[in-house]
Design a protein around this ligand. Structure first.
Ligand code: URA
Length: 433
């Protein structure tokens, strides 16, 4: 087999076999296939696409390039949720303890943030002394004992994807649905859960800007999961405006705790409850939408989800007093209010501008090596559809010295006020099963 023949085959619209995909991936990881040939193949895939079988084969070959986590020794049903990334998306901090309180096991490997989207690990590190590096033994023991752990990846998961993703990033080949789906699912399948719920974000602040492409990606990922023996479903959810109010690591931890106390923003609560309800249905722990939703709500209202979050902090060495005392979390030195200079209805709170403003303040990374400031961020007080008067508070910028004025300008520019009444998008736009 020669790489050049397979590149030509794909360029001409052919279908690659499992053996051919294996040859390409193994060859690339081993260094026998150089970057220039792999780049050419990736570009051919961008133009010609891959069918379901090719996507599944690529996913498996990338998965097999590294370690897999075997959760089968854990007593109970191990579930996972994955978000394709958004602004203010702290859903995992609510969903993981809520799912655990509903009888599911959440053994979750999370990642750090890059670009304008945040990462769960960064948020958790805002909690003093919280350990995200758990040994496999501690990780498994914790899931057995309290049904949840959220930790950084220790195993060498899908190294082929890591190498390919870095190449895609610099060759203009990130945006191909089949490549994105295989990349995400290779890591999800390697993480060992039997039931996977994907939250595919759609809109200005998301990877997928429109509903059609988000639906295509969701369908591709669901097909890969189901073909490979995992019960997989996806929600398509709005990311035209930030989720909830808080954007920035410590601020998002506070908002997640407030949500677990039943006092969080409605959109974050709705999404968290829906994700857990779907997981309860997928796993068969509940048989009807009403029962699943009632069980999730109960776990929020009776404090059991909050209690799971407390246990997780304690098990992972963190200071659980943060739940009652937010002053123990990092706080920015300066707060600047952004107020409306006209009256009307909020037409837009552009998620991307808010995410970029948070990044300017230091809440996110431009490159993987960047240090972040856990204290800084933005609180968004006005949401799409709200009626506002001149002088009303739109947002509060929490900053230290870094780029404060630029960030304030960017936050101001994120808001668009209309004199017409605005009906906000639905939060949950579709479900793919
Ligand atoms: N996230 C991933 O993990 N892979 C992609 O290809 C795109 C987003």
């Amino acid at each position: 087999m020669r790489a050049v023949d397979l590149i030509i085959k794909k360029k001409n619209g052919g279908t690659l076999t499992r053996e051919e995909i294996k040859f390409l991936i193994k060859g690339y990881v081993d260094g026998r296939i150089p970057d220039y040939q792999m780049s050419s193949l990736l570009m051919a895939i961008c133009f010609q696409g891959m069918n379901e079988q090719e996507q599944s084969d690529l996913t498996l070959e990338m998965l097999l390039s590294g370690e897999r986590i075997d959760l089968s020794s854990i007593n109970g049903i191990c579930v996972d949720k994955h978000s394709t990334g958004g602004v203010g998306d702290k859903t995992t901090l609510v969903v993981a303890p809520l799912a655990a309180a509903c009888g599911l096991k959440m053994a979750k490997m999370s990642g750090r943030g890059l670009g304008h989207t945040g990462g769960t690990l960064d948020k958790l590190e805002a909690i003093p002394n919280f350990r995200i590096a758990l040994s496999p033994r501690d990780f498994f023991r914790q899931v057995e004992e309290i049904s949840l752990a959220v930790a950084g990846q220790t195993a060498n998961i899908a190294p082929a994807d890591k190498k390919l993703y870095a190449l895609r990033d610099v060759t203009g080949t990130v945006e191909a649905v089949g490549l994105i789906a295989s990349s995400i699912m290779s890591k999800k399948l390697a993480s060992g859960a039997t039931h996977i719920l994907l939250d595919v974000k759609v809109g200005d602040g998301a990877f997928m800007k429109d509903l059609d492409s988000a639906r295509e990606l969701a369908k591709a990922m669901v097909a890969i999961g189901n073909r490979n023996g995992r019960v997989t479903a996806a929600l398509l959810t709005d990311m035209d405006q930030p989720l909830g109010s808080a954007v920035g690591n410590a601020l998002e931890v506070i908002e997640a705790i407030e949500t677990l106390k039943g006092r969080g923003p409605k959109d974050l609560e709705e999404l968290s409850l829906r994700i857990v309800s779907e997981l309860l249905l997928m796993t068969g722990l509940e048989n009807s939408e009403e029962e699943a939703s009632a069980r999730a709500k109960r776990a929020l209202e009776d404090g059991s989800a909050l209690n799971k979050f407390r246990q997780m902090i304690e098990y992972q060495g963190g200071d659980a007093r943060v739940i009652e005392d937010y002053s123990l979390l990092p706080a920015a030195k300066i707060t600047i209010e952004v107020r409306a200079n006209s009256e009307g209805h909020v037409r837009n709170v552009r998620a991307l501008a808010i995410g970029n403003a948070a990044m300017l303040l230091g809440a996110g990374r431009v490159t993987k090596e960047d240090e972040i400031d856990l204290a800084v961020g933005i609180k968004v007080h006005a949401k799409v559809g709200d009626r506002i008067k001149k002088g009303d508070l739109l947002a509060t910028v929490h900053g230290n010295e870094k780029n404060l004025e630029e960030a304030v300008d960017m936050v101001r520019s994120a808001f668009e006020i209309s004199d017409q009444k605005i009906v906000p998008n639905k939060l949950i736009l579709d479900v793919i099963k």
